[in-house]
Design a protein around this ligand. Structure first.
Ligand code: BG6
Ligand code: MG
Length: 214
């Protein structure tokens, strides 16, 4: 293991819940019910792709300017939530895992499809842990496309085969595996079965488990 690449939303901090609450509110305004199961499909994918999934769930067809208006509305709600976030919301175990990766001289990157990623990590005061940050403003294709992880590896100067990704989204696990990387899933085996190992919570993850995958 030369590098560990972390997803952000749902891995470092529970922003996944804020994305869900904001999408659900928008869906309800459109007369569409959005279940937690539907929400699994929104994790890791871009804002516009998420909106398209919701519209297709409701069988709604809207023009591009209206899509932009709806996506902006959801984002305004999401940004209001993250502006209230405190660093205590970082998941237990994250900082000690980052610390122990540093001690082992592993490189650390953040690879998030979110265009709000830098705002979130600054709010949590964790930017300095990451040698490389790749976010939704820097990619053309979001997860499950491997682009974001390949870009992170390239910027770290590490071969994809020497990287391990930590992900909570099905699309993210798929992206990591297509990039030729090892992958740890955080969540349920039912959703993330394609990962090399799945744990319920990031707190259960140690550098030994990460190293064992190579
Ligand atoms: C990902 C989330 O990290 O970022 C998705 O898992 C979200 O749920 C995506 O849609 C895009 O985020 P943003 O903040 O650019 O709308
Ligand atoms: Mg995520």
């Amino acid at each position: 293991m030369k590098a560990c690449i972390f997803d952000l939303d749902g891995v470092i901090v529970d922003t996944a819940k804020y994305h869900f609450v904001a999408w659900k509110k928008l869906a309800e305004e459109l007369g569409i019910s959005l279940t937690e199961e539907d929400n699994e499909r929104l994790k890791g994918v871009s804002r516009m792709e998420s909106l398209n999934i919701i519209l297709s769930l409701g069988g709604l067809d809207v023009d591009d300017p209206e899509k932009i208006r709806l996506a902006d509305k959801k984002n305004d709600w999401f940004v209001n939530y993250i502006n209230e976030m405190k660093k205590e919301e970082i998941f237990p175990g994250v900082i000690s895992l980052l610390q122990s990766l540093k001690e082992k001289k592993a490189k650390i990157a953040l690879a998030s499809s979110s265009k709000n990623a830098k705002t979130v990590i600054d709010k949590l005061e964790i930017r300095d842990w990451f040698e490389v940050i790749v976010d939704g403003t820097m990619i053309t294709h979001s997860k499950p496309d491997p682009e974001i992880f390949l870009l992170a590896a390239e910027r770290l100067g590490v071969e994809p085969k020497d990287c391990i990704v930590v992900e909570d989204a099905e699309a993210g696990v798929e992206a990591a595996k297509s990039a030729g990387m090892k992958c740890i899933g955080i969540g349920s085996v039912a959703q993330l079965g394609k990962a090399d190992v799945v744990v319920n919570q990031i707190e259960e993850l140690s550098t030994e488990t990460l190293e064992k995958q190579f």
